[in-house]
Design a protein around this ligand. Structure first.
Ligand SMILES: [Zn+2]
Length: 404
C-alpha cells in the first residue's frame, strides 16, 4: 500500500471524526481530554484499537525469516500506559504529557493492525543491569519527596518514579511478548525518555535508560543486540552503558554539535566493546537521503558483521524539520522509510521500537504514523521523502572508519 501525500492530507484533515488539531486536542492534557490508553485494550495484549477487530496472536518460530517488509496483515504490539502522564515537567517544558496524545493520533491514523498490552514496572534486578543501586535509591527518594529540578533541563515529579519504572518495564515486557510470538514487532510509547540517562546520572529529560534496560535484558539471556538510535541527540547514556560491552552494538545518527556534545566519530568503544559503538554525527539541515546512505553504507554492513538477533530502535522524532529543539531536516516520511530498512536487519518478531524525543506534536503524530506503518509492512508518507541536505561526507567517514 502506497499513500501519496495527495491521498493522505494532514492528520487533522484526514480524520474529521477525531479531534486532531495540533493547537486543540494535541495540546490538551491527556487526563483532561479523557484519553486513556488502557481503555483501548485489555491487560492481556489481545485487544485491538477502537474500530478494528480483535486479531489472533501470531505464533512463529524464531528462526523463520519473513520476507521484508512484513505482510501488512500481521499485527504490531503497542504498549503505553496512562501513568506516563503523571511524569510532570512543569509549564512550557517540551517533554510534556501531550506528546503521547500525539503518538496516539499517529497510531490511529495508520491502517496497521495492532495488539495492545499494558506494561509492567521494571524489576530492580533489570534496572541494576544498567544503573547503580545508589542512583536508583536516590532517584526513588527524590521523586517520593515530590521531585523538582534535577538539572537545567530535567525535571521529576512525585509520579515520575512510577512512570520511569513502567517506561523501562515496557521494553522488557514487549521483548517477552515478542519472544512468545504475540506480534512481529513492538512500538513502545513511553515517558520519560531514556537515552541520555547514564548508569549514574539523570539528564536530558531522562531518568532511567529504557532502551539500555531492554538491551541488557536481552544480552543477559545470550542475545546479540543492535541498537540504532535515530533521535536527533546523541544517546550518551546508552553509549556509556555498553561502551566496553561486546554483546551490544550501539549506532547513533545525531546532529552535531548539539546537546549533549558527545558522539563524535572517534568514540567507537573500548576494551571488549572496541568497534561496537558507531557514531554518525551530522550537520544541521541533513536530510533523509543522508540517513538512507548511512543505512546502506554503515548500518547494513555492520549488521552483516554483527548478525544481531535483536534490534532495538531508539526512536526519537526530533530530527524532523519542524522540531523546535534541533536543526535536522527529516520529514515524517523519512522516518518510515528508514524504519522499513532497519526492520530488514533482524528476523520477524525481534524488533523493538522505543520512543525517545520529538517535540513538535504534529511532526510526532505524523512520524509515528509513518513508522508504525513501516513496521506493519505498509508505506505511509504524510510528507514526501527529503534529499539534498549536507552530511554525506560524515557518513562516508563513518563507513571508512568502521570498515577496517
Ligand atoms: Zn532528542
Amino acid at each position: 500500500m502506497l499513500r501519496s501525500p495527495r491521498q493522505l492530507p494532514a492528520l487533522a484533515r484526514s480524520r474529521p471524526h477525531r479531534s486532531t488539531s495540533v493547537d486543540g486536542a494535541l495540546n490538551s492534557h491527556p487526563r483532561e481530554g479523557g484519553w486513556r490508553p488502557e481503555a483501548h485494550g485489555d491487560h492481556n495484549g489481545s485487544a485491538a484499537t477502537p474500530g478494528s477487530t480483535v486479531h489472533p496472536r501470531v505464533s512463529r518460530p524464531a528462526a523463520v525469516r519473513l520476507p521484508a517488509p512484513y505482510p501488512a496483515t500481521v499485527p504490531i504490539l503497542v504498549e503505553t500506559h496512562p501513568a506516563f502522564a503523571d511524569h510532570l515537567t512543569g509549564p512550557g517544558h517540551p517533554e510534556r504529557p501531550a506528546r503521547l496524545h500525539a503518538v496516539e493520533l499517529g497510531l490511529a491514523s495508520s491502517d496497521v493492525e495492532v495488539v495492545r498490552a499494558t506494561p509492567r514496572p521494571a524489576r530492580r534486578e533489570e534496572l541494576e543491569r544498567v544503573h547503580t543501586p545508589v542512583y536508583l535509591d536516590a532517584m526513588q527518594r527524590f521523586c517520593a519527596a515530590g521531585g523538582g529540578a534535577l538539572d537545567g533541563d530535567t525535571e521529576a515529579s512525585s509520579g515520575s518514579w512510577d512512570a520511569a519504572l513502567l517506561g523501562a518495564g515496557a521494553g522488557v515486557d514487549a521483548i517477552e511478548r515478542l519472544g512468545r510470538g504475540e506480534a512481529t514487532a513492538a512500538f513502545v510509547a513511553v515517558r520519560p525518555p531514556g537515552h541520555h540517562a547514564t548508569p549514574t546520572t539523570a539528564m536530558g529529560f531522562c531518568l532511567i535508560n529504557n532502551v539500555a534496560v531492554a538491551a541488557a535484558a536481552l544480552a543477559s539471556s545470550g542475545e546479540r543486540v543492535l541498537i540504532v538510535d535515530y533521535d536527533a541527540h546523541h544517546g550518551n547514556g546508552t553509549q556509556d552503558a555498553f561502551y566496553t560491552d561486546s554483546r551490544v552494538t550501539y549506532v547513533s545518527l545525531h546532529e552535531w554539535p548539539l546537546y549533549p556534545g558527545t558522539g563524535w566519530l572517534d568514540q567507537t568503544g573500548e576494551g571488549a566493546g572496541a568497534g561496537e559503538t558507531v557514531n554518525i554525527p551530522l550537520p544541521a539541515r541533513a536530510t533523509g537521503d543522508v540517513y538512507l546512505a548511512a543505512f546502506d553504507t554503515v548500518i547494513a554492513p555492520l549488521a552483516a558483521r554483527v548478525a544481531p538477533t535483536w534490534l532495538i530502535i531508539s526512536a526519537g522524532f526530533d530530527a524532523h524539520r519542524a522540531d523546535p529543539l534541533t536543526g535536522l531536516a527529516l520529514s515524517s516520511g523519512d522516518y518510515g522509510e528508514l524504519t522499513a530498512r532497519l526492520a530488514t536487519l533482524v528476523p520477524a518478531g525481534r524488533l523493538l521500537v522505543m520512543l525517545e524525543g520529538g517535540y513538535d506534536l504534529q511532526a510526532l503524530a505524523d512520524s509515528t504514523a509513518s513508522t508504525i506503518s513501516a513496521l506493519g509492512g505498509a508505506t505511509m508518507l504524510p510528507e514526501p521523502l527529503t534529499s539534498g541536505g549536507p552530511g554525506r561526507e560524515l557518513v562516508d567517514a563513518a563507513a571508512r572508519l568502521h570498515s577496517r
